[in-house]
Design a protein around this ligand. Structure first.
Ligand code: ADP
Ligand code: MG
Length: 153
């Protein structure tokens, strides 16, 4: 487990960018934290790191959006789990991509953790009283620990 302090929005974007740059098809990121913690801002950075240039907004009213990078690389599937009963419902959304070809980022993902494959990265965000965001990374399953070493090392 590893905690990072993110004083400014630009720090969250930059951290997301670095995270996005190491993502691969089939990766699953679960973002946990209250409203306003910075989950969508972080996802914006992840998208930038993946080469996605389109606008990233909160997917609350659409449940999920698919963003494709300009160049090669996996698509980003940005999910809002708030209204999602279970992760299997993602299959019913008729997304225009195969999830195994995409990196999936789930806001409010904590509640889904027990339904998921063992391999995912749990990212917890919290807003401190001084407004600094604290981000904690919890790798679950094969491979994530090594990859996080490159990221936070
Ligand atoms: P969530 O998706 O978790 O509900 P958002 O990312 O939509 O939260 O909103 C975070 C809000 O907090 C934004 O308005 C952003 O400008 C502000 N903010 C201030 N400082 C930070 C920071 N260090 N990291 C992320 N967001 C920040
Ligand atoms: Mg959000």
């Amino acid at each position: 487990m590893r905690t990072v302090e993110l004083p400014e929005e630009s720090d969250t974007l930059e951290f997301g960018r670095r995270l996005g740059a190491v993502l691969r098809a089939g990766d699953l990121l679960l973002l946990d934290g209250p409203l306003g913690a910075g989950k969508t801002v972080l996802t914006r950075g992840v998208a930038a790191g993946m080469g996605v240039t389109g606008r990233i907004t909160s997917p609350t009213f659409v449940i999920a959006r698919v963003h494709r990078p300009d160049g090669d690389g996996p698509a980003l599937v940005h999910v809002d789990a708030y209204r999602l009963g279970g992760l299997d419902e993602i299959d019913d959304l008729d997304l225009d991509t195969d999830l195994t070809d995409a990196a999936v980022v789930v806001e409010w993902g904590e509640g889904l953790a027990d339904q998921l494959s063992d391999t995912h990265l749990m990212v917890r965000l919290r807003r401190r009283e001084d407004d600094v965001r604290e981000l904690t990374l919890e790798p679950h399953g094969e491979g994530w620990t090594e990859r996080l070493g490159e990221l936070t090392g």
